[in-house]
Design a protein around this ligand. Structure first.
Ligand code: ADP
Ligand code: ASP
Ligand code: MG
Length: 418
């Protein structure tokens, strides 16, 4: 008998029929003798609908109230799943985040989980119940409802698995695992049976929304056994999906594991800034103070003591960042101007084999050049190379790179040998 945490995404919970299917799958695991904690997301489209309603009433709605509104999607899901299980004769009890409670900080719309009280869940599990916990939400120490950022139910699932020391955390979604690229963009993408934790962490941070980045961080910190599987296979299916592994290296590992993409960023350039100590701080300090995360940063070589300074931010924070730069930073440092572009995309190659193989980036740039795709920014780390391109070339870039690095083919055993 194992303790398993299962998380079901929005499409998996998308209709009464889908919820019935989820209930059947949960019932199967219960029949096999496992203890289950289940974390559903809101029904597909529901979180967007709720946030849309709020914005219609007030485009500047406060983050606190947006979290009150957005968290209700998951509350409906836990109740529906619970009654679907009762109908199958399975004992089940639902909890919202605050009922558990799942304690978070007070960063509305992107709160972090700080602690989870497991007492009630343990009692219910010992009593033979399936425990159903709303994904994506928690409560801060002032009793405010918080949400964990889009895709945050993944993090609820993994955090619960860590707190309860579950044997496994299973993330059920609308694809049957982690692929070499988003299968919606690259039909030839190949399902990976395993992916290393490091590669998954990079892929998630570079935009592969199959797992929210914080869920992968949690899995790493607490060594949670984490699997991505499909909720659309037959409920009796024994398909194992993709396992996130913690082994350092695997000799059969490909040099490149996957191509990730992200269209959630915007690029900002501060033009004509004096090239002197403290300038990066003068530009990015006020941005950080406004709690806006910065991703890529580039400072050009200076001519005549002047330079341009570019960086990217999340698209949802683009307008706010532009305002700060125009009203405060530009006059303070006497910059020539501020330019922005919110139609960019980031495309990245991820693979631990990059550590030992030179020339990957050059091949990447060559492949993009052959298609006439202009690279606006580049950033590299040990196991990834990312480029920023015009958004309209994003899908082409992903397909070209997938083809160039032959990710549709299983890797050769020899590939990791020096
Ligand atoms: P859920 O609602 O179940 O949380 P998401 O839409 O958040 O599902 O994540 C699953 C989606 O992630 C897939 O439908 C797929 O389009 C996308 N995706 C992006 N990159 C990958 C990848 N490398 N492998 C698998 N799916 C990916
Ligand atoms: N319902 C939330 C969202 O749409 C959380 C999730 O699905 O993981 O982002
Ligand atoms: Mg998701």
């Amino acid at each position: 008998m194992s303790l398993i945490v299962q998380k079901y995404g929005g499409t998996s919970m998308g209709s009464p029929e889908r919820i019935r299917e989820v209930a059947r799958r949960v019932a199967r695991f219960v029949d096999e003798g496992h203890k289950l904690v289940v974390v559903p997301s809101a029904m597909a489209g529901e979180t967007n609908r709720l946030l849309g309603l709020a914005r219609e009433l007030n485009p500047d709605a406060s983050a606190r109230e947006l979290d009150v509104i957005a968290s209700t999607g998951e509350q409906v899901s836990i109740g529906l799943l619970s009654i679907a299980l009762h109908k199958l004769g399975v004992k089940a009890k639902s909890y919202t985040g605050w009922q558990v409670p799942i304690l978070t900080d007070n960063a509305f719309s992107k709160a972090r989980i700080l602690a989870i009280e497991e007492r009630k869940m343990r009692e219910d599990l010992d009593d033979g119940h399936v425990v159903i916990v709303a994904g994506f939400q928690g409560i801060d120490d002032d009793n405010n409802i918080t949400t964990l950022g889009r895709g945050g139910s993944d993090t609820t699932g993994v955090a619960l698995a860590a707190a309860l020391k579950a044997d496994e955390c299973q993330i059920y979604t609308d694809v049957d695992g982690v692929y070499t690229a988003d299968p919606r963009i690259v039909p030839e993408a190949r399902r990976l049976d395993t992916i290393t934790f490091e590669e998954m962490l990079e892929a998630a941070s570079l935009g592969s929304k199959v797992l929210q980045i914080r869920s992968v961080e949690f899995a790493g910190k607490y060594q949670v056994k984490l699997r991505v599987l499909s909720s659309f296979t037959d409920v009796t299916s024994t398909d194992m999906g993709t396992l996130i592994t913690f082994e350092e290296e695997d000799m059969e590992q490909a040099i490149i594991s996957n191509v990730a993409h992200n269209r959630d960023e915007a690029k900002i350039t501060v033009l004509g800034v004096p090239d002197r100590p403290g300038i990066a701080f003068a530009i990015l300090g006020p941005i950080a103070q406004a709690n806006i995360d910065v991703d890529m940063i580039i400072q050009n070589a200076s001519t005549d003591g002047m330079t341009d300074f570019s960086f990217t931010v999340h698209r949802s924070e683009y307008q706010r960042a532009m305002k700060i730069l125009e009203s405060k930073v530009k006059p303070d440092i006497k910059a020539r101007g501020v330019q922005g572009d919110d139609h960019i995309a980031k495309v990245s190659l991820v693979g631990i084999g990059m550590r030992t193989h030179a020339g990957i980036a050059a091949r990447m740039f060559e492949a993009l050049a052959k298609e006439g795709i202009n690279i606006q920014m580049i950033s590299t780390s040990e196991i990834k190379t990312s480029v920023v391109v015009d958004e309209k070339y994003m899908e082409l870039a992903v397909r070209v790179l997938h083809k160039t690095f032959e990710l549709d083919k299983p890797p050769l055993k020899e590939t990791m040998k020096p």
